[in-house]
Design a protein around this ligand. Structure first.
Ligand SMILES: [Zn+2]
Length: 609
């Protein structure tokens, strides 16, 4: 009698087991369906290939194209052999992704993919989303700067075009497809020159799209180290490509006509463009410090290069005494320059600290410094800087207080909304000899900020510090603005769309990527956030040149852009150690895939897939 009972028990267990399996399978299916909302047409293995494996393979392919292979680094200047080979590779990738491709007169590789209603409206407002980045490099570059934005954009669009192919197939067997839907387009551009390595003029490719290249006079003014003008280089490019069907200009047109035809507004109104979006490595350490993969960008910093000239008195280092009694004897321009270098750093550090989460520490330091300067009976900025320097350098108790205050904020502080960095990267002494007191010093301070007000305040403070150093050291001093570029604000609507797409892509990303797929290794902090809050970019990007397309548009009848410029947004991608413009730059494999997935969400959203 025991056997049937055991059989019944076994049958019950088996039935329970089957029910559990079915429930788990249904739950898994529902979870997967929820995890990949926009790309359910693809199995995760396909997504993994399209958004991860393929971009990584393409980064490796571009990493082999260099004109100067030293120590594993890349050098791919405009118009060189490696540059031409890269353009051809990218053209093939665009075709593979289903894009209509052309290479324009300045070497930009441009592709286009449309989807939607069967009655295209070329002038439909905001119907075109432009993605891109650059394929030239600096000297001794790594493999991610620029190339990352191209391979991520191609991957995003290729996955979308595969989805479109599936939709088109369904369309023929379904009447639900609406021909009344607006026809939307995604364009991808690989800019031929952003870094300006060959001609020393940045944004050659994107300024051609913006329509500003001809007006800049660069065709004849820009000359490379061999004496070749940009005009001659572009004519050579035209000769090389004139027999290729991908070259868009006709052999009878002038170079000016060819370059003018590169501009976005040459064939249709600029208002056709919803805007430009670029994925780019952060080129800084803040995303890594936060443990975040991605973030949007609020703007690109404005920049001032300030020339600072100090004049003292040259003299023999062995015979001119340091001082007579309490009176300083020497008028040493090198010592004055050193003070200025440190003052530039301290001023901008101080201004940012008071805006950061550990601002109380800086506020306390500032309070003590002000107190000390009050005791000294002076309100000059230079003396306050000296007082602060004294407190930080000489007073161990104060340093301990600072450290304790900083320790109280143990979690990494959020990045400040505004960005300010100040650097003296160039310093020249005259006569620059070991046995001569410097008679003159020439410095260049580079001040960058996303806030025009903050940059102006920093420049005023630097000017006061220079005057103070010169007064105390009996030096003559002068300052001169050598270069100035205003800050550019990202478009709020497009930035919000990029952020939304990046957050939505986390589920898509998780459906094909596991943390165990990449080695965290080394001192890299673990990933805590998929998307962090937006921040400003301290480096210039092609978006900056494209934003000036608005100025061109303002001269026409483009009322939509009259006050806010061609919309643009950027997606920053974490890079290891914040290193860039170096063969040591690295972006983790998972972060490349995360960028591709985020752009994919943006593309399918725009196309209405
Ligand atoms: Zn770049």
């Amino acid at each position: 009698m025991r056997t049937p009972r055991i059989e019944r028990k076994g049958a019950a267990l088996l039935a329970t087991f089957i029910i559990v399996i079915v429930v788990v399978a249904i739950a898994s299916f529902l979870k997967l369906a929820a995890a990949a909302p926009s790309s359910s047409a693809f199995p995760s293995s396909s997504l993994r290939h399209l958004l991860s494996a393929e971009p990584l393979q393409r980064l490796q392919a571009l990493s082999r194209l260099t004109d100067d292979d030293k120590g594993g680094s890349l050098t791919r200047p405009f118009g060189g052999r490696a540059h031409s080979l890269a353009a051809e590779d990218i053209r093939r990738w665009f075709e593979d992704a289903g894009l209509e491709v052309r290479i324009d007169a300045v070497g930009n590789v441009r592709g286009s993919l449309s989807f939607g209603g069967s009655n295209p409206d070329a002038n439909l407002t905001s119907s075109v989303l432009l993605l891109g980045s650059h394929y030239d490099t600096v000297r001794g570059a790594g493999i991610y700067d620029g190339a990352l934005g191209i391979v991520a954009a191609v991957a995003a669009v290729k996955a979308a075009s595969r989805k479109i192919a599936a939709e088109e197939g369904a369309k023929s067997s379904s009447s639900s497809f609406s021909t009344k839907k607006p026809r939307k387009t995604v364009e991808v551009v690989a800019f031929s020159d952003e870094e300006g390595l060959r001609f020393g003029t940045t944004f050659l490719g994107s300024s051609a799209l913006a329509g500003t290249l001809l007006k800049s006079g660069a065709l004849d003014a820009a000359v490379d180290s061999q004496g070749v003008t940009l005009r001659e280089a572009l004519l050579e490019l035209k000769m090389k490509r004139k027999n290729k069907s991908t070259f868009s200009s006709s052999s009878s047109s002038s170079l000016e006509e060819d370059v003018a035809a590169c501009s976005l507004s040459s064939s249709s109104p600029l208002s056709r463009y919803r805007g430009y979006v670029e994925a780019h490595m952060e080129q800084g350490p803040t995303l890594e410090a936060e443990g975040a993969r991605l973030c949007a960008v609020t703007g690109i910093s404005g920049q001032t290069r300030l020339g600072i000239y100090l004049k003292g008195a040259a003299g023999h280092v062995g015979t001119v005494p340091m001082n007579f009694g309490r009176v300083r004897r020497r008028r040493d321009a090198a010592a004055g320059a050193a003070e200025v270098v440190v003052a530039v750093e301290r001023i901008c550090e101080g201004m940012m600290m008071t805006r950061g989460r550990d601002g109380r520490t800086a506020a306390a330091a500032s309070f003590f410094a002000r107190a000390l300067s009050a005791v000294a009976g002076s309100s000059s900025n230079g003396l306050r800087a000296t007082a602060l320097s004294f407190l930080e350098d000489r007073c161990p108790l104060f340093i301990e207080m600072l450290e304790r205050a900083k320790a109280a904020f143990s979690s990494p502080p959020p990045p400040p909304v505004e960005h300010l960095v100040c650097t003296v990267g160039k310093l020249h002494l005259t006569p620059n000899a070991p046995n001569v007191i410097a008679g003159a010093a020439e410095l260049v301070a580079d001040v960058r900020s996303s806030s025009e007000g903050l940059r102006a305040r920093a420049l005023r403070a630097i000017g006061l510090a220079v005057e103070e150093a010169c007064r105390r050291r009996s030096l003559e001093c002068a300052t001169e603005v050598i270069h100035e570029a205003p800050a550019a604000r990202a478009d709020e609507g497009l930035t919000a769309a990029v952020e939304t797409a990046a957050r939505a892509s986390e589920a898509l990303f998780s459906s094909f990527w596991r943390e165990g797929d990449e080695l965290e290794g080394g001192t890299t902090p673990p990933t805590r956030l998929h998307v962090s809050r937006a921040r400003a970019s301290g480096a210039g990007h092609d978006a900056l040149a494209l934003s000036s397309a608005a100025a061109e548009a303002r001269e026409g009848n483009e009322s939509r852009y009259r006050d806010r410029g061609l919309p643009w947004a950027m997606l920053f991608v974490r890079d290891v150690g914040g290193v860039s413009h170096s063969s040591r730059e690295r972006v983790r494999d998972g972060d490349v895939a995360a960028a591709a997935a985020a752009l994919h969400e943006l593309v399918v959203g725009h196309l209405g897939l």
